[in-house]
Design a protein around this ligand. Structure first.
Ligand SMILES: NC(=O)c1ccc[n+]([C@@H]2O[C@H](COP(=O)([O-])OP(=O)(O)OC[C@H]3O[C@@H](n4cnc5c(N)ncnc54)[C@H](O)[C@@H]3O)[C@@H](O)[C@H]2O)c1
Length: 182
């Protein structure tokens, strides 16, 4: 059986996920959707039989997908995830999951109501060292945790604006906060 995957977002990380997924046995990149059909077609072009679409609805109407990776910028969440929940399609959403509280809460409620399988791109969760830390912490009570994040200067336009990225804390330091909560 081959799993057919769709990617929402035609930027750096959507392409990165597609590349990694396409190297796995039994996984096929079937579609991309983005802000224009040209960009989506270009992102889809390395993959045999994959097509590009200019909206999530068009992609889901045209292709039968087993799962979708949501790799859009922080401000572009809500419509995509809710369309996937409505159609019962499991998805992974890249962090951060929104720039306000309302959107992620609405998505979470819809997911819970549907009982849908989902995952998130907080990659520290999936490291062997994190599993080890979880085991160690299961029998110890930490009083405090310290963390910091340093990264490079933002390259893409939305990253430099509070209303589109949520700011440095929401866009980047969120990794550390998620790791501590996890
Ligand atoms: N887990 C990690 O370590 C990690 C690493 C890099 C990026 N990310 C996250 O992935 C997300 C995307 O980052 P990126 O570097 O690929 O950004 P990017 O700007 O390179 O790409 C974003 C893409 O989304 C598209 N887009 C915007 N609005 C859309 C919409 N409504 N519908 C469909 N597509 C839309 C844009 O056209 C663009 O192609 C960000 O939230 C970022 O934080 C996570």
């Amino acid at each position: 059986m081959t799993l057919k995957i769709g990617i929402a977002g035609t930027g750096w990380f959507g392409k990165m996920h597609a590349e990694k997924l396409s190297a796995m046995e039994g996984v096929q990149i079937s579609a991309f959707c983005g802000t224009s059909s040209e960009k989506a077609e270009a992102a889809a072009s390395p993959y045999r039989d994959a097509r590009g679409y200019e909206s999530i609805e068009q992609m889901l109407d045209d292709r039968k997908l087993d799962a979708v990776y949501v790799c859009t910028p922080p401000f572009a969440h809500g419509e995509i995830e809710l369309a996937l929940v409505e159609r019962g399609i499991p998805f992974l959403v890249e962090k951060p999951i929104g720039v306000d509280e309302d959107t992620p809460n609405r998505i979470r409620n819809a997911i819970n109501e549907k009982g849908l399988v989902t995952s998130v791109g907080y990659h520290f969760r999936y490291m062997d060292s994190t599993s080890r830390a979880k085991d160690l912490l299961a029998v110890r009570k930490p009083l405090m945790a310290l963390g910091q994040w340093m990264g490079s200067m933002p390259g893409v336009y939305w990253w430099r604006h509070m209303n589109t990225s949520g700011g440095q804390f929401v866009e980047q330091t969120t990794h550390i906060v998620d790791l501590m909560r996890y």
